[in-house]
Design a protein around this ligand. Structure first.
Ligand SMILES: [Zn+2]
Ligand SMILES: [Zn+2]
Length: 258
């Protein structure tokens, strides 16, 4: 038996009328993660080891700040994160300082030749290591990584329930499908988790669901555009009034729409 902590929220999310039930679950997880980060727990220095190391992406730093809760906690998270990361960056900077200064004083002939060949100067080596350090820092986010782990689990349990519970299978099939990022997640999970035959059955069903619902959303967007034609001014909006946020969600997962 798969854990109820997963099956209950999955059943709830799939009972809602939405463009992607996995987006509903992810949004809950994101909000929970933000609340956890803002809780008193992270006021303790030893609880901030992960956030010191990873920090947050632009979206999640923004959400932490915009919550306007536990502002001191957010300040402490940022403070120790900067300290830890600057320690690493300073090591790279001071380790290369002399070499960069020497490069800055190189003679004209060597400089001219180097403009063409891009030699392995200390400066270029420093740039490469600083860029890879910054790339790595950029790619990490405590909240994104937490959500990713949980969403993998949700995808896993969703597929398990699909074959275990006929009522759930019906619910999925009569739903509106998934956004493209969660379609991708389900495809990857199916390949990992299912036998070849079961995987084919699932992928077939999923593809039918996705093509018919992507067509539906396309028609909604098309009608939205056509409503700008004066001849359609008096015609009904049908389902197109919110076609833009729904289609963006379908393409990229949920966002912050006003
Ligand atoms: Zn989604
Ligand atoms: Zn993030």
């Amino acid at each position: 038996m798969k854990e109820k902590i997963y099956t209950i929220p999955i059943n709830d999310a799939f009972s809602q009328d939405c463009e992607c039930p996995l987006c509903t679950l992810e949004k809950q997880q994101e909000n929970d993660s933000i609340s956890f980060m803002l809780s008193p727990a992270l006021m303790e220095p030893d609880k901030r080891i992960d956030t010191n190391e990873k920090g947050f992406c632009r979206r999640h730093f923004g959400m932490l700040y915009n919550a306007r809760e536990n502002v001191l906690g957010v300040s402490l998270i940022i403070e120790t994160h900067i300290q830890i990361q600057m320690e690493k960056l300073n090591k790279l900077i001071t380790g290369s300082r002399k070499g960069i200064e020497a490069d800055a004083g190189m003679n004209a002939l060597k400089n001219l030749a180097g403009s063409v060949t891009k030699p392995a100067t200390t400066t270029n080596k420093f740039i490469d290591s600083a860029v890879s350090f910054l790339d790595e820092l950029d790619a990490r986010c405590e909240i994104c990584e937490r959500i990713e782990r949980i969403m993998e689990r949700y995808a896993d349990v969703t597929i398990w329930m699909y074959f275990k519970d006929p009522a759930f299978m019906e619910k999925v099939k009569s739903g509106k499908g998934f956004c493209l990022p969660h379609y991708k997640l389900l495809l990857k999970t199916a390949k990992e988790q299912l036998s070849p035959k079961q995987c084919a059955v699932f992928v077939n069903d999923l593809n039918d669901l996705m093509t018919s619902n992507m067509n539906r959303i396309l028609e909604d967007v098309q009608w939205f555009s056509q409503k700008f034609d004066y001849r359609n001014k008096e015609a009904s909006w049908e389902n197109s009034k919110d076609a833009i946020p729904r289609s963006i969600e379908k393409l990229t997962s949920y966002g912050n729409f006003k």
